[in-house]
Design a protein around this ligand. Structure first.
Ligand code: AR6
Length: 167
């Protein structure tokens, strides 16, 4: 698996799947989540509502992942995962790692070969970028997956530089 880094907006990525840094409600929010629903159109939210009505009545638990189609986005699928809120008193690293491995597991189940990830939990959820990059790389390198290209899409130069220095 090739690991690549780009600076940019994940909603513009051509990939079989892009990953959404969602919340348990699956019903939208700010950051990446807001951008995906805004650019992808109402179909994604409609499928998220169906997931809530069927398998995830209480919401998607932290560290898990689930897919919808990608509406009007250039990608084929959106894989929604819920990162942990950063805490200094409670080590939630395993949950952040789980977002990456569970998203790759879902990607494999869809037959996706190219997958774009944002830096999960590093925005609203407050995870320090360098630590998030370390956890992300460790998790994806350990994962057994048929994905051939895993692209990290970093929103700004500072985030890109941190990921590059950790790769
Ligand atoms: N493309 C790529 N990266 C982005 C984009 C974009 N369009 N927009 C923001 N980022 P966040 P979280 C970066 O807050 O921390 C939402 O409200 C951003 O700079 O999107 O996991 C959800 O509904 C940061 O580095 O996700 C949840 O409630 C990274 O993406 C909550 O936020 C993640 O920031 C999830 O918080």
């Amino acid at each position: 698996m090739d690991i690549t880094l780009v600076q940019g907006d994940i909603t513009e990525q051509q990939a079989d799947a892009i990953v959404n840094a969602a919340n348990s409600s699956l019903l939208g929010g700010g950051g990446v989540d807001g951008a995906i629903h805004r650019r992808g159109g109402p179909r994604i939210l409609q499928e998220c509502r169906q997931l809530r009505a069927s398998h995830y009545g209480k919401g998607l638990p932290t560290g898990q992942a689930v897919a919808t189609t990608a509406g009007e986005l250039p990608a084929t699928w959106v894989i929604h995962t819920v990162g942990p809120v950063y805490s200094t008193s409670d080590d939630r690293s395993h949950l952040l790692a789980s977002c990456y491995t569970e998203s790759l597991r879902v990607a494999d189940s869809l037959g996706a070969r190219t997958v774009a990830f944002p830096a999960i939990s590093t925005g609203v959820y407050g995870w320090p970028m360098a630590d998030a990059a370390r956890i992300a790389f460790e998790a994806v390198r350990r994962a057994e997956t048929s994905v051939t290209e895993l692209r990290f899409v970093l929103f700004d130069r500072a985030a890109y530089d941190v990921f590059e220095s950790r790769l």
